[in-house]
Design a protein around this ligand. Structure first.
Ligand code: GAP
Length: 499
C-alpha cells in the first residue's frame, strides 16, 4: 500500500466531512476549521490517550479555566508586549505576510536553502535588510512593502456593556494553570512535584494561516505544567521501581542537537541516559516527559522514524527558558512542531506573584519554595493532522483509500451492515449492534448501498471491523467479520463478535 499525500487527505476530509472549513457557505475565513463527526471522534480519542498518559498516568490534576482572560494576566505573562510576529504590508494592495515565512518561501524558490533555513532565527532588522537587498515585493501585485513591524497575535475583546474593560482570548491554556496554582495548592493540599493539566481552545491572530491544521487562528492545546522543587529536578517519585527507571533511561529517541542543526545533519538515536549525561536535556524530570511522549507516539500510531526531538537553538529560546526541545513529526515530507517541551523555570509564577501581590511559594519539606515548571504542550490539531497524513494509504488491490488507524483512535471500532435492506436482516443487525455496544464499542450502522461501497466507506474513515449480517446468519447464527488491516473475512458466531 502506498502512502497518500496531503492533497489526497484533504480531498478525503472534504468528501467525508472529516474537517470542514468554518463558515464555508459564506466563503472561507482562513485559519478556522470545524470537525465533522468522524474527525471529532478521532480527535476525542487522541485527547483520551493524552489524558491517560499525562493526567492520570502522572497523577496530575486537570482543570478548565476561562478562555477570556483579563489584560493583567497577559501583561504579567509577557504576551501583551512580546507575543508578536514580524509583519510585512504591501503599500499597493494591502496584503499582509509574516515576514520570516515569506522570506523562507522566497529563498526556497530560489534554491538558497541556507538562507531559507536562517530567516526563522533573524531579528526584524535582519529580515528588513534582506527585503531591501533582494528587492522582495508583494507576491500578489509586485507592490512595494512598508517597513517590517511587530504584530501582536493576541485576539482582543471588550468585557461588559460599557466596553471599558479589555480582555484577551487566551493564546495558550498554560496561563490559566499558573494563575490558579496557589488556589489549587490550598484546596487540594498537594505536595511537590505535581502536574496540572489543561486541554482546550486557544486563539492566535496568525498573520498567514497555512496548511489547513498546521497554522490556525483557533485551535486546541493539551498542556501539562509540571511543578517541582528546583533542588529536586533529578528526583522522580513517580517512578515506582527500578525496572521502570531502567526502561525509561534506556529508551532511545531521535534527538537533533544544536551541533547537528549547524552542520545540517539528521537527528541521531540516543538513549535518554546518554542525553542526560551529555546535558542535552536539562534534567531528569524533563527527560521523563520526553520518555512519556515517545510512548504516546506509539499509541497515536506514529512511527518513531517520522519523529525527532529538536533542541531549540539559543536564539530561539525565550529569555526565561532553561531549555526547550520540540517534538517534531514529518507531515507531507517536512518536520513540523507538534509539541513544545519547555523548562520555564519560575518565570510565570514569579511574574503572577509580582503582578497580583500573591505569594506563589509553597512548602516543600518544611521550606518555602517557588516551584519551577517543565511544560509539555501539544497542539491537538497538528497532532490530528500528523496522525491522518501518516496513516492514509492507497490500496491498489481494493481500489480505494484506507485510513489505517490504531485501534484506540478509530472513530468506530465496528460497522454493522445488513447485506440487504430486509426486515429480518435489519432485526439481526440491531441485535449485533446491541452486543457490540454492550461490550463497550463504538458502532457505525448503515443499511443502504452495495456492500462493496459500504466496505470502501468503512476503510476510508478508519473503521476497524465490519460485521455483515446475511441470510446464512438467519440459518446458522454466524456473521462475516472483515478486518480493515488486510480486508480478510472470517465467519464467527453472532454472540462472539467483539470478543
Ligand atoms: N504554552 C506553550 C505554548 O503555547 P507553543 O509552541 O506556542 O507553546 C504549543 O504552542 C503547540 O501548539 C505547538 O507545538 C503546536 O503544536 C501548537 N500550535 C501553535 N501554534 C499553532 C497554530 N497557529 N495552529 C495550530 N497549532 C498551533
Amino acid at each position: 500500500m502506498e502512502k497518500e499525500n496531503v492533497d489526497q487527505l484533504m480531498n478525503l476530509c472534504s468528501r467525508r466531512g472529516i474537517i470542514i472549513p468554518s463558515f464555508k457557505i459564506y466563503g472561507e475565513l482562513a485559519g478556522f476549521y470545524d470537525y465533522g463527526p468522524i474527525g471529532l471522534s478521532i480527535k476525542s480519542n487522541l485527547k483520551s490517550i493524552w489524558r491517560k498518559t499525562f493526567v492520570k498516568g502522572l497523577g496530575s490534576l486537570e482543570i478548565e479555566s476561562t478562555i477570556v482572560g483579563s489584560d493583567k494576566v497577559y501583561q504579567a505573562s509577557g504576551h501583551i508586549n512580546t507575543f508578536t510576529d514580524p509583519i510585512l504590508k504591501c503599500t499597493k494592495c494591502g496584503s499582509t505576510y509574516r515576514a520570516d515565512k515569506l522570506l523562507e518561501e522566497f529563498f526556497e524558490k530560489q534554491k538558497n536553502y541556507d538562507l531559507a533555513k536562517k530567516v526563522g532565527h533573524m531579528t526584524s532588522d535582519e529580515l528588513q535588510e534582506l527585503v531591501s537587498k533582494y528587492n522582495i515585493s508583494c507576491p500578489k501585485c509586485k507592490g512595494e512593502f512598508s517597513k517590517i513591524t511587530a504584530f501582536n497575535l493576541m485576539m482582543k475583546t471588550e468585557i461588559g456593556p460599557t466596553g471599558g474593560t479589555i480582555g484577551y482570548l487566551r493564546p495558550e491554556t498554560a496561563q490559566g494553570i499558573f494563575v490558579d496554582f496557589k488556589e489549587l495548592y490550598k484546596s487540594y493540599n498537594f505536595k511537590l512535584p505535581i502536574g496540572i493539566a489543561q486541554e482546550g481552545k486557544v486563539f492566535r491572530n496568525e498573520i498567514s494561516p497555512r496548511q489547513i491544521l498546521i497554522r490556525m487562528r483557533e485551535f486546541s492545546q493539551m498542556e501539562l505544567e509540571y511543578f517541582f522543587n528546583p533542588e529536586k529536578a533529578d528526583e522522580l517519585p513517580l517512578i515506582e521501581n527500578q525496572k521502570v527507571n531502567d526502561e525509561f533511561l534506556n529508551k532511545k529517541i531521535y534527538l537533533l542537537t544544536r551541533e547537528d542543526q549547524e552542520k545540517g545533519e539528521e537527528a541521531k538515536k540516543v538513549s535518554l541516559s546518554e542525553a542526560l549525561e551529555l546535558k542535552l536535556i536539562p534534567n531528569k524530570i524533563f527527560s521523563y516527559m520526553i520518555y512519556k511522549e515517545s510512548l504516546i507516539l506509539d499509541l497515536f500510531g506514529i512511527n518513531e522514524d517520522l519523529t525527532r526531538f529538536r533542541i531549540l537553538m539559543a536564539d530561539e529560546l525565550p529569555h526565561y527558558s532553561k531549555g526547550n526541545i520540540d517534538l517534531e513529526i514529518k507531515i507531507n515530507g517536512k518536520y513540523e512542531e507538534v509539541a513544545g517541551n519547555a523548562y520555564r523555570s519560575d518565570f510565570d509564577l514569579s511574574n503572577h506573584s509580582r503582578m497580583s501581590n500573591t505569594d506563589m511559594a509553597v512548602l516543600d519539606g518544611g521550606k518555602s519554595v517557588l516551584p519551577h515548571v517543565i511544560e509539555v504542550s501539544f497542539g491537538l490539531d497538528r497532532l490530528f493532522w500528523a496522525v491522518l497524513s501518516n496513516n492514509l494509504y492507497k490500496d491498489e488491490k481494493r481500489g480505494w483509500e484506507v485510513l489505517m488507524l490504531n485501534k484506540s483512535i478509530q472513530p468506530f471500532q465496528y460497522a454493522v451492515y445488513p447485506l440487504q435492506k430486509d426486515d429480518s436482516l435489519i432485526q439481526k443487525s440491531i441485535e449485533a449492534q446491541r452486543i457490540l455496544q454492550e461490550k463497550g464499542y463504538n458502532v457505525f450502522y448503515k443499511e443502504t448501498g452495495s456492500i462493496g461501497k459500504r466496505y470502501a466507506k468503512a476503510d476510508e474513515i478508519g473503521i476497524g471491523k465490519c460485521v455483515t449480517i446475511d441470510y446464512n446468519t438467519l440459518e446458522d447464527g454466524t456473521v462475516t467479520i472483515r478486518d480493515i488491516s488486510d480486508a480478510s473475512q472470517v465467519r464467527v458466531k453472532l454472540n462472539d463478535i467483539g470478543n
